[in-house]
Structures are given as C-alpha cells and as structure tokens.
Design a protein around this ligand. Structure first.
Ligand code: GDD
Ligand code: MG
Length: 333
C-alpha cells in the first residue's frame, strides 16, 4: 500500500527549532522523526511513501538523496504554496497518480498504531474514508470525533472550545482513503481535511473511525518534543533507539535527557528532562532543566535554563539565568 505523509507545515509552535528544517526532520533520540514514521509504516506493509511537502523541501531532499528513507522508496509532491491538509492530499494523489485505496498520515505523530487493522476495518465497513481515533484527556487542541456503535462518524469537530468537546476520542492523524473521497476536494484554494472534507463525508455517511489505545503522541510543541524523546528513551515504544555519542564528564548528572552527537558536558553540570541536539557545549556547574537546545548551543559555566527553547548556535553567557524563555538562533534578529 502507498502512504502519503503530510510534512508541509511550518512547525510554528516549535520555533526556533524549525527555523531551517520542518519539524519532521528534528531528531527523536538522534534519528529524524520522519525515519521513525516511515519505519513504522514499513513494518506494517507500506511499500512506498509520498511526502506532501511545502516548507523547506530541501531539508528532506538533502537528507535522503537516493530516493529512499531508510529502506523505503519515497517520492515527493512539492506545493508552491500551502494547500492545507486536504489540498495537499489532492495534489499528492494527482502527482503520484493514485487509483487505489491509500493511507494518509500527519507527519508529526509518533504512534504504534496497528495500521493493518485500520485498513481491514475500512474494507469491512466499505468506508470512503476511515480515521484512527485516540482517547486523550484534553481533546480541545485536536479534531474531536463521535461515532455510532458501528464506527460511522456522526460529527467531526476540529479544535472545539475547551470544555465543549462531545467526546474524548480525537483524530489520531492516520487515515485510510479511497480515491473517490479525494475527487470531492475543491481545487484552486487551500482546503482543510479536518474543517471541510471530513465534516462533508460525515454528513454523507461514508466516513468511519476506529479507536485504539496504543502509544500515540503529537510532537508539535516543545513539551511534546521532549516527551517524544523521553518516551523513546524509556522504552515506551515498540521501536528502540541507538543513542547518540557525546562526551560526558562523569562528575555531571544527566537524568531523563537525550544528548546529541558530538556534544560535550562538563563537570558539575546538571541536565534533566531536556533534549540537546548535536554539537552542544555545556559548561561546568550549569543547570539545564525541561529545555530543548538546538545544534551547537554553548552554555557558559554556572548558567541555568529552565523550560527554555534555544536556537541553533546561540551562546548563553556564564551565570545567565533563563526561565521559560525562547532564544532565536545566533545571528538572527
Ligand atoms: N503538505 C502540507 N501542506 N502539509 C501540511 C499543510 C499544508 O498546507 N498544513 C499542515 N500540514 C502537515 C503538518 O506538517 C503536519 O504533519 C500535519 O499536516 C498536521 O498539521 P498540524 O499543524 O500538526 O496540525 P495539528 O497538530 O494542529 O492538528 C492535526 O493533528 C491532530 C493530531 O495530531 C489535525 O489533523 C487534528 O484533527 C488532529 O487531532
Ligand atoms: Mg500536529
């Protein structure tokens, strides 16, 4: 089966980490997110993927120049301007000339979903489109779905106001689609699959959904990005990481953190619940708590970062104290 992976978003909530790369190229335990996503699909019988791109297509093409992501062949459809989630699906279907049932994924979701079971359900109920559902505590930042007892979708409400969601089951960002569902997507303007296409298919009665309660995480915010790294580190996933290689002084204390390749951590430094990308230098007796440091960040001796997101190449002066702050990358305004 063919899978379209949507990777065209700007990753706004993850800035400045996404200043130059789409969020799907950010590393989870040292390996770009897209490789975990495609690897999971390959484990479930997907033979080929198509990346629906817009923002920074060069980042993918440079990282995967030989038409494969890990061992899976891939193609690209590059939008000249963002077409929205449904517009991107339509554009990709035309580019890749898909004429059979296919999968669509939000490229920023990490999950152990049983993709084969979703496809089987889709075929059993003869749906035009089927959505994987996930129960969450606070559904307000997601697409909320209600179904009847056979799984037919009654309502699809994207990002309802807090407290007004009719269910805790949310759109998990994996879909099985028939080409006929795509023909209804209007052309020539951006279209959202969540705000237009799914509500229309629900009204028509051809949209179904299947709940599951496996590992699932949307990685779109700094807090979720740290969580994705820690979950992988802590073995909460079926996939297991090969940890990056860093130079760490034995007199430092590193707990619940991922330190990128080629990074150095000096004596007395304390790092907790944080993710450091490659090439960071962490000075003696500094503290880094609940933070994300992009590549090549320097933290001076005795500095303290708590809940921060620091852009590439940034230098934090010795003794500086930052709390819940975001710093742009070095050299930018
Ligand atoms: N090609 C392309 N073009 N991709 C896009 C575009 C576009 O115009 N807009 C967004 N994307 C991609 C993003 O890169 C991401 O992989 C995916 O589509 C979803 O966009 P997000 O911006 O991450 O949406 P969200 O997290 O707020 O909400 C979506 O995901 C939730 C689950 O994680 C919705 O689908 C919700 O309904 C869902 O619950
Ligand atoms: Mg998202």
């Amino acid at each position: 089966m063919f899978a379209i992976v949507l990777v065209g978003g700007f990753g706004t909530r993850l800035r400045p980490l996404t200043e130059h790369v789409p969020k799907q190229m950010l590393p989870i335990c040292g390996v770009p997110m897209i490789e975990w996503v495609v690897g999971h699909l390959a484990d479930h019988g997907v033979e080929k993927v198509g990346l629906a791109m817009g923002y920074r297509p060069d980042a993918f093409l440079e990282a995967y120049p030989n038409e494969h992501i890990a061992t899976t062949p891939y193609q690209v459809a590059v939008e000249s301007e963002p077409l929205g989630t449904a517009g991107a699906i339509r554009f990709a279907v035309e580019q890749f000339q898909l004429t059979e049932t296919f999968l669509v994924l939000n490229g920023d979701v990490l999950t152990d979903l049983d993709v084969r079971a979703l496809v089987e359900f889709h075929r059993d109920v003869q749906a035009e489109a089927t959505i994987a559902l996930q129960p969450v505590d606070d559904p307000s930042s997601f697409g909320v779905v209600t179904t009847d007892n056979r799984g037919r979708v009654e309502a699809f409400i994207e990002k309802p106001e807090k407290g007004s969601a009719p269910s805790n089951n949310i759109n998990a960002g994996t879909y099985v689609l028939e080409p006929s569902a795509v023909e209804q997507i209007p052309q020539g303007r951006p279209v959202s699959v969540e705000r237009e296409t799914f509500p229309e298919l629900a009204a028509k009665g051809t949209l179904y959904a299947l709940p599951s309660a496996t590992y699932w995480l949307d990685t779109g915010t700094p807090r979720q990005f740290i969580q994705a790294n820690l979950d992988m580190l802590n073995g909460k996933r079926k996939q297991l990481p090969d940890l990056p290689d860093a130079e760490i002084d034995p007199k430092s204390l590193i707990t619940q953190s991922v330190i990128g390749n080629g990074s150095e951590v000096e004596a007395g430094a304390v790092i907790d619940k944080s993710v450091l990308l490659d090439g960071c230098r962490i000075g003696a007796n500094s503290e880094i708590l609940g933070s994300v440091l992009s590549e090549d960040v320097y933290v001076g001796q005795g500095a303290r970062l708590d809940g921060c997101v620091i852009g590439q190449g940034q230098r934090i002066q010795p003794g500086e104290v930052l709390m819940n702050e975001s710093r742009p990358e070095a050299g930018s305004a």
